[in-house]
Each structure stands twice: as structure tokens, then as C-alpha cells.
Design a protein around this ligand. Structure first.
Ligand code: ADP
Ligand code: MG
Length: 303
């Protein structure tokens, strides 16, 4: 285990942000912390990044206890914040050079590290571009290049995909996967975006500061039985009760839409439309998503 988190709790005044959270991350893994706004992701990120001490609990990174030796931990982690940390008026290279100086790098070594970081993130051609002229996706990659200059074993990112379109998200994910595959870097990211979470090797679902589920995206989705059928009807409440009675399937209401988890959803659709003629306005079927997993575990939505 390269990162282990044991019984972590943290409050802001009387507001609990993390509640007795424990998990471990294996080396060279892309580990996602998935949860809605306010679930405690950034609090956990700040504590992992050693910017903040938790009220209770322990964090160990590559064998080093974060409370006992925060500087040692900082040498082993690269950190990408949610808000931009690049100087927009400087070029990519100038940003990296400034960061290198902060780490005490200079001369040939600095040159080697900056070229390496630019190369790894596909930014070699962009080194002399002013940051404010870059697209959101390229800026994110420049942030990661900056965070990787000191060759950390662990890369922490708080909501790296927020504000990026799906294409830029996919591209970013490819670069991150390459860091994992080629360099064996362990990546821990927070997200509330389902497709970003789907690309992780392993996920922890966070709700109100608690772990509600953990596993690979496939394992988590397999917990939801069969298919998910969404039904729109004017008398949704009455219909829910009748469907439960007649089909014996669990029915929940999400914003007025009925949600039914059932094996062979296509057959159920035919049966339910026939059983309640004229009462169903629309029907949709999908394979379980991480949103369904979260709904089942918490009754709340992620997005
Ligand atoms: P997320 O990143 O998942 O949105 P946060 O860790 O930012 O979650 O927030 C978790 C909870 O802690 C929320 O209820 C939030 O309002 C609260 N919180 C976060 N930061 C502060 C702060 N600096 N002061 C007071 N409350 C905070
Ligand atoms: Mg946050």
C-alpha cells in the first residue's frame, strides 16, 4: 500500500466534513474519490496534501507518517489544486522553471526535469506559449507537469476534470493513465463527474464525509441488480405502489420519475405498459451507472 488512511475525522466548527474514513491505495493505481458537492472531497484532499491536519486519524504515504514528517510526505507527492496555480501571463516553461526553483532545482538538472515533465504531458511544442492562450485541457496538463517536476510517487488532484469538455477530459485521462503505466505513479483524484470516475481503477464513494462503497467501477455497478428502467407518469406515487405490488420490484422516486431496478428490463417495459394502459407517459432503460450505485447506497444523487 502506498497510501493508507486510518480513521480520519475532521470538522469545521460543528460541521463534520469527514467521519471515521479509512481506505488504502495500492501503488501504480488510479484511485478515485467520487461524491457530490459537500461530501468532503476537498477536505480529504487538503489533509492528504498535508495542507491541513485532521482532528483525528492517521495518514501514511510510502511508509512515512504525515503527522510525524510532513516534509518527507511532501517530497513524495505532487499536488494539483482545484483552482489554477499557474501564472497566466508567463509561458509554460517559465511556470515550470519558477516551480523548479522553489524545489531547489537549477542548471542542468532543472533543464532535464522540465523537459521530462513537458514531454510526459505532451507539452513540448507548447513550452513557449503564454498560459492564458492555452485551452482548459492544456492548462490542466501544464498544472500536472508542474506537480511532477520533483518526480513524486503519488499525484493528488482535486476535481481535475471540472470545467473541461468530454473530449479534453478523455485526453487528460489518457495522459494520467500513461503516468501510471509508464512511471508507476499512483494517482488519487477527487471527482463528481461520472465518466471521469468510470476511468478509475478503483473508487471510493463518499457521502457526507463517510465511505458508502468501495470497489472497481465494474464491481460497484454489478451491485445494482439487472437493468434500470425510468418511468414518467402523472400519478407516479400511486403507480409506484401498484408496480411494487404487481412486479415485486423495488421502485424509488427520483425527482418525480420512477426508477425500477429489474432483471430483463426490456421485458418489464412491455409488461408494465400493458398492465397500466395510458398511465405511463415515457419509458427509458439503461445499464446501471455509478449514479445508480450512489442512489442505492444513499438515496441521494451525485450530479
Ligand atoms: P467537496 O469538496 O466534496 O465539495 P468539502 O470538503 O469542500 O466537500 O466540504 C465538506 C463540508 O465541509 C461541506 O459541508 C462544506 O460546507 C464544509 N466546509 C468545507 N470547507 C470549509 C471551511 N473552510 N469552513 C467551514 N466549512 C467548510
Ligand atoms: Mg471540493
Amino acid at each position: 500500500m502506498i497510501v493508507s488512511v486510518e480513521h480520519l475525522s475532521h470538522s469545521y466548527g460543528s460541521r463534520a466534513a469527514l467521519r471515521n474514513l479509512s481506505f488504502a491505495v495500492e501503488e501504480a493505481m488510479l484511485f478515485g474519490l467520487l461524491g457530490p458537492n459537500g461530501s468532503g472531497k476537498s477536505t480529504l484532499f487538503r489533509i492528504l496534501a498535508t495542507m491541513m491536519e485532521p482532528d483525528e486519524g492517521r495518514i501514511v504515504v510510502a511508509g512515512v507518517d504525515a503527522a510525524a514528517a510532513p516534509d518527507e510526505v511532501r517530497r513524495r507527492i505532487g499536488v494539483v489544486f482545484q483552482s489554477q496555480s499557474l501564472d497566466k501571463k508567463l509561458t509554460v516553461m517559465e511556470n515550470l522553471t519558477a516551480q523548479g526553483h522553489l524545489y531547489g532545482l537549477s542548471g542542468a538538472l532543472l533543464k532535464e526535469r522540465t523537459s521530462e515533465a513537458l514531454e510526459r504531458l505532451g507539452l513540448a511544442e507548447r513550452r513557449d506559449d503564454i498560459v492564458e492562450t492555452l485551452s482548459g485541457g492544456l492548462r490542466r496538463r501544464a498544472e500536472i507537469a508542474k506537480a511532477m517536476l520533483h518526480r513524486p510517487r503519488v499525484l493528488l488532484m482535486d476535481e481535475p476534470s471540472t470545467g473541461l469538455d468530454p473530449g479534453a477530459r478523455r485526453e487528460l485521462a489518457d495522459y494520467v493513465a500513461e503516468l501510471r503505466d509508464r512511471e508507476g505513479v499512483t494517482v488519487i483524484l477527487t471527482t463528481h463527474i461520472l465518466d471521469e470516475a468510470d476511468r478509475c481503477d478503483r473508487l471510493l464513494l463518499l457521502h457526507e464525509g463517510r465511505k458508502v462503497a468501495e470497489g472497481t467501477p465494474e464491481e460497484l455497478k454489478a451491485r445494482v441488480g439487472g437493468d434500470v428502467v425510468m418511468l414518467e407518469a402523472r400519478d407516479a406515487q400511486a403507480l409506484a405502489a401498484e408496480i411494487r405490488r404487481q412486479f415485486g420490484a423495488p421502485v424509488t422516486r427520483v425527482n418525480g420519475t420512477l426508477r425500477v431496478e429489474i432483471e430483463n428490463g426490456h421485458r418489464f417495459i412491455t409488461d408494465v405498459v400493458e398492465a397500466f394502459p395510458g398511465r405511463i407517459d415515457s419509458v427509458a432503460l439503461h445499464k446501471p451507472t455509478l449514479e445508480d450505485v450512489f442512489l442505492d447506497e444513499t438515496g441521494a444523487r451525485i450530479t
